[in-house]
Write a protein that binds this ligand. Sequence first.
Ligand code: ARG
Length: 588
Amino acid sequence: MAPVTSLASTVDQRIADALSAALPQAGAADPLLRRSDRADFQANGILALAKQLKGNPRELATRVVAALAANDVIKDIEVSGPGFLNVTVTDRAITETLAARAADERLGVPYAEQPGTTVIDYAQPNVAKEMHVGHLRSAVIGAAMVELLEFTGEKVIRRHHIGDWGTQYGMLIQYLIEHPHELDHEDGAVDGESAMSALDRIYKASRAAFDSDQEFKERARDRVVALQSGDEQTRAHWQRFVDESKIYFYSVFDKLDMEIHDEDIVGESGYNDMLEETCRILEETGVAVRSEGALCVFFDDVKGPDGDPVPLIVKKSNGGYGYAATDLSAIRDRVRNLDATTLLYVVDARQALHFKMVFETARRAGWLGDGVKAVQLAFGTVLGKDGKPFKTREGETVRLVDLLDEAVERATAVVREKDKREQLSEPEIAERGVQVGIGAVKYADLSTSASRDYKFDLDQMVSLTGDTSVYLQYAYARARSILRRAGDARPVAHPELELAPAERALGLFVDQFGETLAEVVSTYEPHKLAAYLYQLASHFSTFYDQCKALDENNPPAVTENRLFFCDITARTLRQGLELLGIRAPDSL
Ligand code: ARG
């Protein structure tokens, strides 16, 4: 199916043609077309052009209007203000453009012209540790970016860079060796929660032993050495921690209605074999230097509060490799073996300095060439209602699972309340409760700019009014319900019909979907899609109030055309929500 040219871009092209016909000396000037309140579009480009050509803008604008070729898209164009052009398009053009979108599975949205390969690093919890709201953000934003990129035709390779390596495994493994049954399951069947609680128990107990028992501490340290040198028994115990943790991770991702595949989980340990070489190359090329026994990379513009340079430490003075060595090795792997043209990291903003230094180091070493883009999609902190980092009253990190369960519980209450005529069965209420509750958590996360902190407020999240996923899901369900109740009437576009103001506004907005997606993908800003969908739902709601589709006084063609508007709006909402990882139930 063919991509559809939006009205904005058709009008833009027409005016650009008129511009160069009227003012050949202007070259390929941009009409700077924007949506407008006064007409459908406004072209602002002539002002700057007049300055450049030292002409009178209103006079130039008049010449451009005169040069406009006859066409059936622009109904009205007038010079306004100091030299803007106000443009109104024909109703026919709106309906025909939407009809072309409706005929295409992708709603006429084109593929990117030059798709590349993006390796995206997201959803990276840590082994033997509870997941928290920070991991939620990475997972939710990352999953949306995956869908969005794939929709544009980009090849996407997922990498879940889980924290599965480090000195703490010495203590964990040693403890397990000394208490061999701590990870056993009584009845064989394991669920994520019990896997996690066993891991948590071991974590706390081994930490206590490590801190209080000098001899245990020594044994734990030896165990780290054994692990790093590949001792088989030690490795096997380590693997058990990883496997148990994965059971837990999968249970949380499942709750989040998110698909994670085993082959995409390549944690820190996945790069062990490369660490030595990474450090050797850095040292040989002089990118890294020895400083106080450690192998370090320095940067002119990275200094601590005391003015001393803060280096990126790739190898510690005790010989241990850190987080940076792993990330540098991962870059080598992703560029060389996975052929990445973009490396995207969905990671907490507090790691921004780390990534800045890692990217710069990789550039200096030649691992990141000019053809490869490295981007951190940095996200802010999740705050509690009180505006402080999200903690329980006891000051502990809030468990992600508890939050999700509570969101589902509240959403289920909202669904039940909404179902006044008791049309939904209990299982249906439960199913929608999950779709609304999980959708609400995702949407709250996706609808504010990622870089900003946001307040985790369940009451607000599941509210039916305001900028929430429930509001969007509700708009979708309303549109679907009209289509269901239409009986024999079908959605059919009637370009010959005049449109009401609410229909025009809705139609023009639906037509912006593809352009919105292109912007969202090129700037890595999924919140702009959320904002678009919210506005789309608002336009639909005005249309719903003002343009009854199922009114017996409607001529049949009007009913068909309005059903057509319901249908294309519903499809656009659904597609948008799907890209954000949010379900759109048929009824609510
Ligand atoms: N596991 C880390 C954490 O919980 C996030 C990993 C981010 N990815 C990376 N390549 N460093 O904070």
